[in-house]
Design a binder for this molecule. Sequence first.
Ligand code: HEM
Length: 208
Amino acid sequence: MLRNSDHGFGTVTIVLHWTIALLILGLMLIGFVMRRTEIDPALQFSLYQWHKSFGFTALGAALVRAIWWLVERSPRPVPGLRPLEHVAARETHRILITLGFLTPLAGWAVASASTLNIPSFYFNIIVIPHLPLPQSDSSEAFWAFTHALLAYAMLALVVIHAAAALYHQFIRGDAVLMRMLRAGSRPSHAEAADLREAMKPLPGGNDP
Ligand code: HEM
């Protein structure tokens, strides 16, 4: 069950979702630690290199995720979801997908604008070229501020998004979280009842 159905997400969407979630949380942690001045400079340098490599991976994954989101159908909303909840969830997903792009791009801009001109190795395999940006202290400061702002805004949204999923799982008891854990979920009882209702023969037969 690779693709999404009307009732649930397929393996591709689920794997992309959790891979990106792990990458973002890991990058937040590394980004936060490597900025502390009290750590050993050699460790700090390695953390920067790991952060850039995983950051480029997150950028690639965000690109694949956005293309998949554009070409793949979305399952129907879980029954019982109020229209306002559905709109809020949809908009949060859109903003998260956008931030998933803009945050690593701004990180790439920091590395490119830095006057230190340190090459960005992708896991010691290849060198990713800098973006064509002016290299100056003010340009680096601007992109570092933008990158941090986007990263912490994304973290805030991820926390809200995760809290909403837990609320659905443990308070509302619906299938919102389970659909992102198990590929090819079957229609819930409520959906099955709706389907049965829709397929019932009309009184006097279905013919006009
Ligand atoms: C989703 C992807 C990313 C996330 C969530 C993320 C997150 C962060 C965070 C939380 C910080 C610390 C901000 C602070 O407290 O000042 C940081 C710093 C940094 N990130 Fe990222 N990052 C991502 C991608 C990237 C990429 C792709 C690059 C470069 C190729 C990059 C380069 C940097 C650099 C150079 C800094 C240090 C900025 C400074 O010196 O002030 N990041 N990142």
